[in-house]
Design a protein around this ligand. Structure first.
Ligand SMILES: *Cc1c(COP(=O)(O)O)cnc(C)c1O
Length: 421
């Protein structure tokens, strides 16, 4: 093939020359041009839920494309968006009655932040601080980087990022520090919102915390009138065992962001769900109180039809049972590592399993991710560690045998790259 002109995301082209070409996707696999296939153990970056190219979703896309393409969504509407909004309100935690569409996880978070500030401004009591949790990730736009962890990934853009208040990650045994800090920063009532990834911090290293912490955070938010934004872009659609992770904390956030699994991971779509109070703060004879946001591809009809088909799959197929089985398989797979000297912090929430590879020096740590990635790829496995954190976040169609193979490879990787304590 002639020299590629494609600049890939999160890719250092000087170090990664051979980028595999995928010609077919099916179930849990990516098929390469050379005829071999790769087991997609990370759901193609956490988007694919049921498996690649679920026939019901692909069919819905074909059907929708026969009558609709993109239409302007300001001043116009269409059936797929209307039906999907009702379905999402039905699936989401109670009280999230309004659905605002956009096109990616990042934009769904930008929308959430704008809704929070607009809410307080329109009430005539402006608040502008955002409270964030240490190690969080909410996207790669300037706004979402601002509310995410700072580090090598955004050091160059730091001058553009806005200031936030950070509460510590609720590490085991230190949860009270998180709650105390949130209580302290919310006391002056300048915080418009606390934004969190419920139960699992994805890009921050698959860090997990118990549901009761989220319940307590919600109580503190309520007491100070601070809105709670649940970024369920990764955790939604039963990744953590329940449809949305917030359910495990028995809370309803004021704003909820969903994207990745919304179309089953087939085509881009996002939604930001909000309470009636937030909608009503923007509902006015005064045009200045309008919610001023739109993406060109807002509520793309074909994407909405794909999402509706996804919702139908959740109704028509035993997906919840499939998730429960996967959860049990992941727990069993991790048990193999309890006494393995090369790994620490074996953990699981719902369908997500993670463990940390013990490494020697910090310098080695920076290099280990790409080495591990290459190691797995040589074995036909798509596993993309976050530094020394190995995790499996597979599509729900993965089998026990396939998972066993993945855990075998992880064991081997420990012996090859790990350091004993
Ligand atoms: C992936 C992710 C995002 C960003 O979604 P994009 O579609 O990549 O913009 C936001 N929040 C969380 C928690 C995510 O995992």
């Amino acid at each position: 093939m002639a020299q590629s002109r494609v600049w890939h995301p999160f890719t250092q082209h000087a170090l990664e020359s051979a980028i595999p070409e995928i010609v077919l996707t099916e179930g849990a696999y990516l098929h390469k041009a050379d005829g071999t296939r790769i087991l997609d153990a990370i759901s193609s970056w956490w988007v694919v839920t049921h498996g690649h190219r679920h026939p019901h979703i692909m069919k819905a896309i074909e059907t929708a494309a026969a009558s609709l393409d993109q239409i302007i969504f300001a001043g116009f509407t269409h059936e797929p968006a209307e039906r999907l909004a009702k379905a999402l309100v039905g699936l989401a935690p109670a009280g999230l009655d309004w659905v605002f569409y956009s096109d990616s996880g990042s934009t769904s978070v930008e929308v959430a932040l704008k809704m929070a500030l607009g809410y307080f401004r329109n009430l005539g009591a402006p608040r502008s601080r955002i409270v964030v949790m240490e190690h969080s990730y909410h996207g790669d736009t300037i706004g979402t980087m601002s509310v995410g962890a700072r580090g090598v990934f955004n050091a160059a853009y730091e001058p553009l990022l806005f200031e936030v208040d950070t509460i510590p990650f609720p590490a085991a045994g230190r949860e009270q520090e998180t709650l105390d800090r949130f209580e302290a920063v919310s006391r002056d009532r300048r915080a418009a919102a606390l934004i969190v990834e419920p139960l699992v911090l994805g890009a921050g290293g698959m860090l997990m915390y118990p549901a009761w912490v989220l319940t307590e955070l919600k109580k503190i938010a309520e007491a100070s009138g601070t809105l709670l934004i649940a970024d369920e872009v990764m955790t939604g659609w039963r990744r953590t065992g329940t449809m949305f992770a917030c359910e495990q904390a028995s809370i309803s956030p004021d704003i909820l962001c969903t994207s990745k699994g919304l179309t089953g991971g087939v085509i881009p779509l996002a939604a930001t769900l909000a309470t009636d109070a937030i909608f009503q703060a923007h509902y006015s004879q005064d045009r200045k109180k309008t919610f001023f946001h739109s993406s060109s591809y807002t509520a793309n009809p074909i994407a909405c039809a794909a999402a509706l088909a996804n919702v139908e799959i959740w109704h028509d197929e035993p997906v919840a049972e499939r998730v429960a089985a996967l959860r049990a398989l992941q727990a069993a797979g991790l048990r193999r590592f309890r006494d393995n000297p090369y790994f620490t912090d074996c953990r699981a929430t719902g369908t997500i399993a993670a463990l940390d590879l013990r490494t020697g020096s910090a310098g080695y740590l920076a290099e280990i991710g790409p080495k591990l990635r290459a190691f797995f790829l040589e074995r036909g496995l798509l596993v993309r560690p976050l530094g020394n954190v190995l995790y499996l976040l597979p599509p729900y169609c993965i089998t026990g045998d396939e998972l066993d193979g993945l855990y075998d490879a992880i064991e081997e990787a420990g012996e090859r790259f790990g350091a004993k304590p």
